[in-house]
Design a protein around this ligand. Structure first.
Ligand SMILES: Cc1ncc(COP(=O)(O)O)c(C=O)c1O
Length: 364
């Protein structure tokens, strides 16, 4: 058989490996009541308002969704104080990132991102035949001056995850402002703010505040994290309307489904759920990092709902022993982080189970 072959650059792609569902792991390992703190999801579940709205909307599943997400666009643009034409939606923010790559890059172009940046950037870059230009991340933080120094006349997109996954670290305002001042106007600066709502730091820059600088900035956010709607798949991008209208040409017609649209509209109103999530996360992060310190385990400073821990050894035996304790965390060797694990902050019970599990496994 001589089946069709992909483009060379697609054939060389390393596919994204998602975490296994909790039920599958329980079955495989013969364990019960496992906790999954592996995918940076909201441990409190979806907003109850969103859940109800989604249930009610199921009766019209025979209809195509509103391809332009009219009501959601109205609601979100009012909340953010922006024009509806500056918004684009996607099947998760991954889709928005992919649309940006397909709109602005082609074979032979270059994209710049950090060595431990979110894994989807190299995938979307390579999928269009562009070249990944990697910038080192000292102390697990993006070095925007180094990224700037790597700009060539082939550079089309610079990806900045702020905060970054899997490191949990942020770029501060001073450095971000320097970068925006110095970046050429015709390079797309994609600022991925999937964890924006979790950050509580006065020196953290909100990229939306720089959209009036004349630079090509695309801010990307999601309903998957603090809003607790990862399963619905809804993310969005905000940029100058010319950038967005070009991205709209590439977007698939119905890439945000009807349930995600009504769920997101309701979730935006559920201030209580957001506040509770923030509070539980911040208390959980303080607890987990404090316990890690007591055990002498190093970690990257986190501004998010997860923490990158450094076991200073091969993490896989510890990962596997934690699994047998019913604790599912995330290995990040695919990022070149060879001694680390990423742990999502859970409910107080889940955090306890993790801390007790790791104490037992490490004999602390
Ligand atoms: C930095 C970052 N960006 C984007 C995403 C994609 O999220 P989604 O496609 O669910 O919106 C994630 C998910 O983990 C992330 O960590």
């Amino acid at each position: 058989m001589t089946l069709i072959k992909p483009n060379k650059y697609v054939g060389d792609l390393i596919p994204y490996v998602p975490g296994k569902p909790v039920e599958e792991l329980e079955r495989e390992l013969g364990i019960k009541d496992a906790v999954k703190i592996a995918s940076n999801e909201n441990p409190l579940g979806p907003s109850p308002l969103a859940e109800n709205a989604v249930k009610e909307a199921t009766h019209s599943l025979n209809r195509y969704p509103d391809g332009d997400a009219f009501y959601l666009k109205e609601k979100l643009s009012k909340k953010l104080g922006i024009k509806p034409e500056t918004l684009i939606f996607g099947n998760g923010s991954n889709d928005v990132i992919d649309i940006a790559a397909r709109t602005f890059m082609k074979l032979g172009d270059e994209a710049i991102f950090g060595e431990y940046a979110f894994i989807v950037y190299p995938i979307v870059t390579q999928a269009v035949g562009a070249t990944s230009v990697i910038s080192p991340m000292p102390n697990h933080v993006h070095d925007l001056r180094d990224m700037h120094s790597r700009i060539t006349d082939k550079t089309k997109i610079i990806f900045i995850a702020n905060p970054n996954n899997p490191t949990g670290t942020v770029v501060k305002r001073d450095e971000f402002e320097w970068f925006i001042e110095n970046v050429p106007e015709d390079i797309l600066v994609l600022v991925d703010e999937a964890y924006f709502e979790y950050v509580d730091d006065k020196d953290y820059p909100n990229s939306l505040e720089y959209h009036n600088t004349g630079k090509s900035i695309l801010t990307v956010r999601t309903f998957s994290k603090i809003y607790g709607l990862a399963g619905l798949r809804l993310g969005y991008g905000i940029a100058h309307e010319d950038i967005i209208s070009n991205m709209q040409r590439v977007r698939h017609p119905f890439n945000s489904n009807s349930l995600s649209q009504v769920g997101a509209i309701a979730a935006l109103d559920d201030i209580e759920h957001i506040e509770r999530t923030k509070r539980v996360n911040s208390e959980g992060l303080t607890y987990v990092t404090h316990e890690l310190e007591k055990m002498g385990i190093r970690y990257a400073p986190s501004y998010t709902n997860f923490v990158l821990i450094d076991l200073e050894d091969d993490p896989m035996p510890i990962y596997n022993q934690l699994l047998r304790e019913g604790v599912i965390v995330r290995p990040v060797t695919g990022y070149g982080l060879k001694t680390h694990l990423r742990v999502t902050i859970g409910t107080p019970e889940e955090n306890d189970k993790f801390i007790n599990g790791i104490k037992k496994v490490l004999g602390k």
